[in-house]
Design a protein around this ligand. Structure first.
Ligand SMILES: [Fe+2]
Ligand SMILES: [Fe+2]
Length: 279
């Protein structure tokens, strides 16, 4: 018996080779943050799956075990498609990205090899709480609708499924440990760790663009304005939802799937069943 309704969808998405990483026209700051996130996921999500596999040997609750399997199935599909997307991008001019990725991979391998299961599960829940807050705010602001077509469905599908499996890492952590302060502290560390990578990628890409063609996106003042707008969106929509996840009474069970997410879930289920590719 499943505790939740979590569907593993195997989507066929087409990413043209040599795609421009500027996935939102004239918005390099926002585009490169999403590229940073996409580069992170093929390292982070396998680490989440490793942590879940370790926990699965201990968890007795059959419903939760089924949810964990569905969670792992979804995360495995996510990073598989993000690898395809990342490989399709023309990132050759951005020197230093590979080194950042290698450091990130080493960190997650070290966490799996040397840290306790409690740490790895609190880390997983920190990431899941972060993506839940991000997904909920993106449904309010329509952030992901602005992405160009090839990448848009990847992000829409991924984030919708992040809401769908929002309770799993939380439930597993509660069963293995349940300690509130530990969850919040390691969760904040996990969020700092992922943001550090994403911002490093974005900064590296922006600096490369600025060096190659300083006026390409309107110069520094225009960039400052765009970053200010992004910060305003984050403060208004994202931070309050993230702060909520730090509260002692926080539970992802209190957060319902938005209507738009339910409609999206239906749409992607149909597409996965029919094996439909993007037009
Ligand atoms: Fe995911
Ligand atoms: Fe997830």
């Amino acid at each position: 018996m499943y505790k939740n309704s979590i569907t593993i969808r195997r989507l066929l998405l087409r990413f043209p080779k040599g795609s421009d990483p500027l996935i939102i026209p004239n918005q390099p700051e926002e585009s490169y943050l999403y590229i940073g996130l996409s580069l992170l996921l093929p390292y982070l999500e396998p680490y989440l799956v490793r942590s879940m596999l370790s926990a699965k040997t201990i968890i007795q609750d059959e419903g939760l075990v089924k949810d964990m399997e569905a969670f792992m199935g979804q995360e495995s599909q996510h990073h598989k498609l993000h690898i395809q997307f990342n490989c399709s991008l023309d990132l050759s001019k951005y020197e230093g990205l590979k080194e950042l990725e290698e450091k990130l991979a080493a960190d997650y391998n070290r966490f799996s090899d040397t840290k306790s299961l409690r740490f790895n599960l609190a880390f997983a829940e920190g990431f899941e709480a972060f993506t839940l807050a991000m997904t909920r705010s993106s449904f309010q602001t329509g952030m992901f609708e602005r992405i160009q077509s090839e990448a848009r469905d990847l992000f829409r599908w991924h984030l919708m499924e992040e809401i769908e499996h929002r309770t799993v890492a939380f439930d597993v952590y509660q069963q293995i440990s349940g300690a509130y302060f530990y969850r919040v502290c390691i969760g904040i560390f996990a969020q700092w760790h992922l943001c550090r990578f994403v911002f490093r990628v974005s900064r590296l890409m922006l600096r490369t663009e600025e060096k190659n063609c300083p006026k390409k996106f309107g110069g520094r003042w225009r960039s400052f304005q765009r970053q200010g707008y992004l910060l305003w969106l984050f403060v208004l929509y994202f931070f309050p939802k993230l702060l909520n996840t730090y509260m002692p009474w926080y539970s992802p069970y209190r957060i319902a799937m938005p209507e738009a997410a339910l409609a999206m879930a239906k749409e992607f289920t149909e597409r996965a069943r029919s094996g439909a590719k993007l037009p």
